[in-house]
Design a protein around this ligand. Sequence first.
Ligand SMILES: Nc1ncnc2c1ncn2[C@@H]1O[C@H](COP(=O)(O)OP(=O)(O)OP(=O)(O)O)[C@@H](O)[C@H]1O
Ligand SMILES: [Mg+2]
Length: 278
Amino acid sequence: MQQDYLKQPSLFLSEVEKSFVNRTKPQKNEQLKIGLDLGTASIVLVVLGQDNRPLAAAREFAEVVRDGLVVDYAKAIQITTRLRRSLEEDLGVELTQTAIAVPPGTSDRDTSTHRNVAYGAGLEVTTVMDEPSAANLVLGVKNGAIVDIGGGTTGVAVLQDGKVIHTFDEPTGGTHVTLVIAGHYKVSFAEAEKIKTDPSKKQINLPVIAPVLQKMGTIIKEGLKNFAVEEIHLVGGTSSAVGIEKIISLETKCKAVASAVPILVTPSGIALSFEPTI
Ligand SMILES: Nc1ncnc2c1ncn2[C@@H]1O[C@H](COP(=O)(O)OP(=O)(O)OP(=O)(O)O)[C@@H](O)[C@H]1O
Ligand SMILES: [Mg+2]
């Protein structure tokens, strides 16, 4: 029987996490799946092999996307090209195609910009999905909601019988959490980002960031009000924030559960959505 690496999502995600450092060369003629995530906080490129085997991934922190939309086109191409070349070097193969994803509700024009970044970096786009739907390719949620809280946006997909029946997106994310910390401690954005992600400062940060997390909770609640959602699956880097499950649960009156390695769910899902052109 074939092994599918996706059978256990948490194991799959931890393998993707390891593949940033330990890159594995594909076998000869191994079918690859490639996913490009152009995010507000970083650009990530993920490569999977046969049976969704995590082979390699690369990330560069970047400020080329704001509120889910590309604002520095040239730099986005430059970074994506660097990521592609670095992966090609280690994998010993050419990467020529990719899947991409955009926040729910992104216009055709903005989707074209994402597409053109990939193209400018030497990657033809084969598949375009909305971000939370891509995330669900990893999680396989049948009923409930997927909430992707990244750097710049909170994207939501409502699922019924495994199908996405509603999506929405709001420009609030980790950047806002960082800004609140910067204001509180009177430090630069970069310094505040360090304080935010320092595991030893988690408990001290909680009262400072709780109001922003509550605001995200009210956004999610408002977006879900016409749907009978019982469980919320949190993904995106901000879902690692201490206390987030409890705060979102309280605000939305739904059970909120953060995924394993939440920052990698959407980029991995984008790779899973890849369908090669013939
Ligand atoms: N341990 C942590 N605690 C709190 N926030 C974290 C942690 N680790 C990462 N983050 C935050 O997660 C965000 C990045 O997440 P992610 O990579 O999902 O965003 P993105 O995809 O680039 O953005 P978007 O999807 O909004 O365009 C950053 O704001 C980062 O500070
Ligand atoms: Mg994202």
